[in-house]
Design a protein around this ligand. Structure first.
Ligand code: ADP
Ligand code: MG
Ligand code: MG
Length: 195
């Protein structure tokens, strides 16, 4: 996978975030502060501008610019968390012109660990980790399987009680709603297929 692949991936994420903006915000209205779709749309619109202004020459540069821009532009929990995800991917793939599927899967494993550490979240806490963690091992063999695992993981957050982030303030009232961050993570992984 070359630089053009990673640019297509980020463009697909940007497009999906824009299309699903209101849905993501509605999910966050139920158990948060109704801004998740708006946060990500603002962030990825800035990413689109940053990538267009200074076209990156390596996969690593695409990923690092994406992460850095998200940290700068997205207030709220998801900015630093997604920013760390993409920046860790950028560092982990290294300065190479093409990334193998195996190397991307390994980079995702490192990114998952970094996001879990930053948010001190585990699987089952009803966060984006519940979509990301089951997808990561599948990335070694198939983007289709990874996308399915992420979507199943996001759906599985509905009966969970939130233990991290704003939704945790609701206690038992967080039960019965799908987590917005897990939902957007499923979209990010699904966009790999489009790329
Ligand atoms: P905020 O909650 O600050 O308004 P967003 O609405 O953009 O930020 O993002 C909320 C999402 O962030 C949640 O649905 C959850 O998936 C994710 N999240 C929140 N806290 C954590 C955490 N500590 N670890 C992992 N993910 C988290
Ligand atoms: Mg929010
Ligand atoms: Mg907020």
């Amino acid at each position: 996978m070359d630089t053009a692949f990673f640019l297509r991936w980020i463009a697909a994420v940007t497009e999906r975030v824009r299309a699903d903006r209101d849905h993501l915000t509605d999910l966050d209205r139920a158990i948060g502060d109704a801004d998740h779709g708006a946060n990500l749309d603002r962030g990825f619109t800035a990413v689109e501008e940053a990538l267009a202004a200074k076209p990156p020459e390596t996969p690593s540069a695409v990923l690092t610019t994406t992460g850095t821009t998200l940290i700068r532009k997205v207030g709220g929990a998801s900015g630093p968390l997604y920013g760390t995800l993409f920046r860790t991917l950028g560092r982990a793939v290294g300065e190479v012109p093409e990334v193998s599927q195996e190397a991307l899967a390994e980079a995702f494993a490192q990114a998952l660990a970094a996001v879990m550490k930053l948010g001190s979240a585990q699987e089952g806490d009803k966060t984006m980790i519940d979509a990301l963690a089951p997808a990561v091992p599948e990335l070694r063999t198939s983007f289709d399987a990874a996308a399915r695992a992420a979507l199943d993981g996001a759906r599985a957050t509905t009966p969970m009680r939130a233990r991290k982030g704003r939704a945790s303030y609701l206690g038992d009232r967080s039960i019965g709603h799908q987590d917005p961050g897990a939902t957007s993570t499923a979209l990010v992984i699904d966009a790999l297929r489009a790329a």
